[in-house]
Ligand binder design. Structure first.
Ligand code: PLP
Length: 279
């Protein structure tokens, strides 16, 4: 079962129009929400970000927030989802192809769920990554459907046997192709500030809070490729990957090729916060 505007229906009963602006222009926004044991993790924060993304691209919000929350819960229940994710997207709707906003077209909201296991192996062993030039547009703070830059970068990393691309603009590290990037240097945690150049990850925000509670200094400041490569620890974060250590960047081995102490401690705090959901 999937969510189509305000109804939960069979997937086969829904047809997306070939002139849906999401399909033709990538004109829309989306969210990915983690579900653990049937419960959404940070639902409010994801819906806040979805609302913000919609506002930034001047997209009409299609329904009340309360109804959407209710439908997300219904979607999880109807599909008997335990561990997985909810994908939501809103497009500017269906209209004759024209770059200009259509005058009176209703937005189209779709949502579905998918089972997902926690990536425990890479969370423990870490990943290899590839440094690439950040070729994306200048509004990476919007969770827009336009992911072509991210897609090309992730594919390039994959073709080089890397799990993630770490991106930089003129030597300043921004984020990953689908993750935020953190480094540890002399016990302090650094990550790029939440500007237009990165997506302000919900996981990123959670990690910042966990670090503060654990007494780890967190500095939201841009850093260079040199600083990245000389870091004591590096990790990436996202809703689906949680916290994953980076053990290699191009040919450079990080943290002796193993997960670092602070990374492990934050993973433990993260795990504890998931357990709190179940109480
Ligand atoms: N940065 C980019 C470009 C992303 O696509 C994502 C997630 O998809 C993130 C960061 C991490 O965001 P979140 O923690 O909200 O999943």
């Amino acid at each position: 079962m999937i969510l189509y505007n305000d109804k939960i229906v069979e997937r086969r009963d829904v047809a997306i129009d070939i002139e849906d602006r999401g399909y033709q222009f990538g004109d829309g926004v989306y969210e990915v929400i983690r579900v653990y044991e049937g419960q959404c993790f940070f639902l409010d924060e994801h819906l806040d970000r979805l609302e913000r993304s919609a506002k930034e691209i001047r997209l009409d919000w299609p329904c009340s927030r309360k109804d959407l929350q209710h439908n997300i819960e219904g979607l999880i229940r109807e599909n008997q989802l335990s561990d997985g994710m909810v994908y939501l997207q809103i497009t500017r709707g269906v209209a004759n192809r024209n770059h200009l906003f259509p005058a009176d077209t209703a937005s189209v909201l779709t949502g579905y769920v998918r089972e997902l296991v926690r990536p425990v192996e890479i969370m423990e062993k870490g990943i290899h990554t590839k440094l690439l030039d950040d070729i994306r547009w200048l509004r990476c703070d919007i969770k827009s459907l336009n992911l072509l830059g991210n897609v090309l970068l992730k594919q390039e990393a994959h073709e080089d046997q890397c799990k993630e691309a770490i991106l930089h603009r003129d030597g300043t590290v921004t984020e990953g192709s689908s993750t935020n990037v953190f480094i540890v240097k002399e016990g302090k945690l650094f990550t790029h500030p939440a500007t237009n150049l990165i997506l302000n990850g919900i996981t990123r925000l959670h990690i910042i809070n966990l670090a503060k509670k654990a007494g780890v200094d967190i500095i939201e400041q841009p850093f260079t490729i040199d600083t990245l490569l000389q870091a004591d620890e590096v990790f990436v974060s996202s809703t689906t990957m949680e916290i994953v250590p980076v053990v290699q960047i191009d040919q450079e081995i990080i943290s002796g090729g193993k997960s670092g102490k602070i990374t492990k401690a934050l993973q433990k705090h993260f795990e504890d916060s998931i357990k709190l959901l179940k109480i």
